[in-house]
Ligand binder design. Structure first.
Ligand SMILES: C[S@@+](CC[C@H](N)C(=O)[O-])C[C@H]1O[C@@H](n2cnc3c(N)ncnc32)[C@H](O)[C@@H]1O
Length: 236
């Protein structure tokens, strides 16, 4: 897979891309990641990339010109066009199903916003998908791009030493259950014991226990998470 990351702050990615899992995946040629500085596509002596919003309002918006030119530049570098993603807080919410969908693509072009975000004509011009990593506001799309790269890369064949672990992780598989409790040595820690079933060597019982725990953990999580946009009756 090839991933182009378009950003005004390419230096933010240095340590991240060299990190253990991703660094090794890049070295093995399982994923190719390129950084593009949007400012390289700005015009004029000041290489301006942002301007005030029409209609007024606080802050600055990214001008469409440099963003669209940088996208068109990377799209022109390969025969197959990449799937373009603009990071916006109001976009489609990232979850494991969407991560799996993205991992199935040959090429991704991730565009990181800054300031008050993108001019609306960027998405229209390049036919981008808008993605949010959650209902909160970051100061830039770089962290969101790192989240997507990390989550997608670990699903690519050969990246995790142990393919089965990605299939068994939380939110994966048909049921999309979260993982139940896991234990390692020692068998007793500060008076807390590893459940007996995990030491039994009986794989069927272990499997059944794990499934039960995953269902319970998923239920607990569902009841603890309020539905977005819904308020309880007792709320003022
Ligand atoms: C300060 S934010 C802009 C917020 C925008 N004015 C709004 O209210 O929706 C700057 C940039 O950070 C990125 N960003 C912020 N929150 C994000 C989120 N939850 N998911 C993905 N990207 C986000 C986007 O690229 C955005 O253009």
């Amino acid at each position: 897979m090839r991933i182009d990351i378009l950003t005004l702050f390419p230096d933010m990615f240095t340590g991240f891309l060299e990190g253990s899992l991703l660094g090794a995946a890049r070295e093995k040629g399982l994923v190719e990641i390129r950084l593009v500085d949007i400012r390289d596509f700005a015009e004029g002596p000041h290489r301006q990339v942002d301007d005030r919003p029409f209609g007024g309002g606080p802050g600055m918006l990214l001008m469409p010109g440099p963003v669209v030119s940088s996208i068109e530049h990377v799209q022109g570098e390969a025969q197959q066009a990449g799937h373009v993603i603009l990071f916006t807080p109001g976009g489609r919410r990232l979850d494991q199903a969407l991560v799996e969908e993205l991992a199935g693509r040959e090429r991704l072009v991730l565009v990181c916003g800054r300031y008050e975000g993108f001019d609306a004509r960027v998405a229209e011009t390049v036919g981008a998908e808008e993605i949010s990593i959650g209902d909160y506001v970051l100061s830039g799309g770089e962290v969101a791009a790192m989240v997507v790269v990390d989550a997608v890369a670990r699903l690519l064949p050969g990246v995790l030493g142990h393919e089965e672990s990605a299939r068994q992780d939380s939110f994966s598989g048909r049921d999309r259950l979260v993982e139940g409790p896991q234990y390692t040595r020692p068998r007793e820690f500060r008076g807390l014991h590893v459940p007996e079933v995990l030491l039994s060597g009986d794989h069927r019982r272990i499997e059944a226990w794990r499934h039960e725990q995953a269902v319970a953990a998923t239920r607990r999580r569902a009841t603890a998470t309020p539905t977005p946009g819904m308020s309880r009756r007792s709320d003022p």
